[in-house]
Design a protein around this ligand. Structure first.
Ligand SMILES: NC(=O)c1ccc[n+]([C@@H]2O[C@H](COP(=O)([O-])OP(=O)(O)OC[C@H]3O[C@@H](n4cnc5c(N)ncnc54)[C@H](OP(=O)(O)O)[C@@H]3O)[C@@H](O)[C@H]2O)c1
Length: 320
């Protein structure tokens, strides 16, 4: 098959279109023909070698990429949940990769049926960011109607889904972004928008039930005064202090410091599908690249200025 292969850690030019053996299926596995993938910051963090402890000390995974949408091409022995031709979307673990390819091998835990109203490109933009936000706003907390949620980085990949999901769960959302993205933030559902270049986002005291930090330029300490007495600071940047120390300290205080760590989760994708199909939740695709232009797509994501998501059109489409 064709795939974007990576032999060493480094700059975007370590990514190149090559031939790679099509994965063989073990019992319980499916082969998905990838119609589209998308770029997440973790992909270039892996490529740069910033997370070697998880992705391989000396060499990167041979194929990067977590998100995909496509059709089931083959079913391994003992599979029952999907059949050839089914349209699916899902994610594999970014540290292991595999989605920047013509085919990706998965189990039924990685995938769910593609929402009917999304194109393959839109569907590929959703799984990793959707599952991150679902973990934060549904699995780790219970949002109730009228609660106040601040989303820092409200127009990025994670943030633009967080705004929509918080709103559909009944919260009143304050979005933090640059002035250029203020209109998009309002369209996504933010009732209030803060331009981080002109305002101190921690100035508001005792207001937020959830401070959802998708930029990670704040901390529990800096955001704490903005929280209600039982408010939660949630970060998408797991680190020693928020994985190991914070859970212990959380037992001693009412305000909570949580960190999110996205995993493939079929049930969560299925739970979000009705929200997508009813139009309450929709990934915003701002850029599309053929998979062979992956280096350019990574550079753009590394700028930190992308609104919504960058989608990669299937490698089969790129190569004809
Ligand atoms: N732990 C996990 O499981 C997990 C899962 C998903 C993501 N993450 C991490 O979460 C982070 C965000 O991911 P992402 O996909 O949302 O990234 P992204 O799409 O690249 O974020 C880009 C957005 O960040 C905004 N931004 C940049 N500087 C900002 C600032 N100072 N204040 C507010 N907004 C700012 C930009 O908005 P403007 O153009 O308006 O400035 C842009 O829209 C990454 O570090 C990623 O690796 C972790």
């Amino acid at each position: 098959m064709h795939a974007i292969c990576t032999r060493t850690y480094g700059e975007p030019d370590v990514l190149s279109l090559s031939d790679y053996p099509t994965p063989a299926l073990a019992p319980g596995e499916y082969l998905v023909k990838v119609e589209a993938s998308s770029v997440n910051p973790v992909d270039w963090k892996v490529r740069r070698g910033e997370v070697r402890f998880f992705s391989g000390l000396h060499t990167p995974p041979p194929i990067l990429g977590a998100d995909f949408s496509g059709t089931i091409a083959a079913c391994g022995p003992g599979t029952r949940d999907f059949k050839p031709g089914d349209e699916v979307f899902g994610m594999v673990r970014a540290f292991k990769g595999g989605a920047y390819a013509e085919y990706v091998k998965v189990t039924s835990q990685n995938i769910a049926r593609k929402p009917r109203n999304l194109s393959f490109e839109e569907a590929a933009a959703f799984p990793l960011v959707g599952l991150t936000v679902y973990q934060g706003l549904v699995e780790k907390t219970t949002l109730t109607k009228g609660q106040q949620v601040l989303v820092n980085g409200c127009c990025g990949g994670v943030g633009h889904i967080a705004v929509q999901m918080a709103k559909l769960l009944g919260a009143e959302v304050t979005g933090v972004c640059s002035a250029e993205n203020a209109d998009l933030a309002r369209r996504l559902g933010a009732a209030h928008v803060i331009d981080y270049r002109n305002s101190d986002i921690t100035a508001e005291k005792g207001r937020y039930d959830i401070f959802f930090d998708a930029v990670n330029n704040q901390s529990f300490r800096s955001a704490r005064s903005t929280l209600t007495p039982k408010g939660i600071y949630m970060t998408t940047m797991p680190a020693f202090d928020n994985i190991v120390i914070a859970p212990m300290l959380n037992h001693l205080r009412a305000q909570q410091h949580l960190s999110l760590w996205v995993k493939p989760n079929r049930k969560a994708l299925e739970a979000m599908t009705p929200w997508i199909e009813s139009g309450k939740l929709r990934p915003h695709v701002s850029h599309r690249f053929p998979m062979e232009a992956i280096a350019e797509a990574h550079q753009l994501s590394e700028s930190g200025k992308v609104a919504g998501k960058i989608v990669l059109q299937g490698v089969n489409a790129a190569t004809g």
